[in-house]
Design a protein around this ligand. Structure first.
Ligand SMILES: [Fe+2]
Ligand SMILES: [Fe+2]
Length: 189
């Protein structure tokens, strides 16, 4: 008789795992224990992908066009962020592919698929402020998604947790820059 508490999650034996893995090979990483709705996960990740692509475009544009006093250091920071957003973009696209979807890189409709916006700006302070707003949107969105995926899709959740921690750093960097260039309080305008 087993004395395993009833609340412990059920574990499949090795043979069951092996048998299951041999069936439905076309489903790739999506096995029977995938707790989420794969189609819904792919749809959500397409929107995350669009958000990251817009972030790459925005930071790249800002890194190239920022002008003014002390803009060199800020350009370098924008360029660094653009590179990190590109890493996120690639990771999310790869996850969509693993789940059997086709990552949507179509420029058509990109802005409406993305959670963050691409807002034209013409001053350094506006650039910083738009980046901070975009980062805050990403942070909010990813926190929600991490809770949504929970244990249903730990791989997607862990990927998003990694991305979230970088977005929080980005938000913090932009917040510091905004205070340095505009003074407190930074978000009142
Ligand atoms: Fe990102
Ligand atoms: Fe970011």
């Amino acid at each position: 008789m087993s004395n395993t508490p009833a609340s412990k999650p059920f574990l499949s034996d090795v043979q069951t795992l092996r048998d299951r893995a041999r069936k439905n090979l076309s489903e790739g990483v999506v096995t029977k224990t995938y707790g989420g709705d794969v189609k819904r996960t792919i749809d959500i990740l397409q929107s995350v992908l669009a958000t990251e692509i817009v972030c790459v475009l925005r930071y790249t544009m800002h890194a190239i066009t920022a002008t003014g006093i002390s803009s060199e250091a800020i350009k370098a920071e924008f360029a660094q962020h653009a590179k990190e957003e590109q890493g996120h973009m690639t990771a999310v696209a790869e996850r969509i592919d693993q789940l059997g979807g086709t990552p949507n890189f179509n420029p058509e409709g990109l802005a409406s698929r993305s959670a963050s916006q691409y807002v034209p700006v013409d001053s350094l302070v506006e650039m910083i402020r738009e980046n901070l707003i975009a980062e805050r949107i990403a942070v909010d969105h990813y926190r929600e998604l991490i809770r949504y995926f929970g244990d249903d899709d730990p791989t997607t959740r862990v990927m998003l947790e990694g991305i979230l921690s970088v977005e929080e750093e980005h938000a913090s960097d932009m917040h510091d820059l905004l205070i340095a260039h505009e003074g407190n309080p930074p978000l009142e305008k």
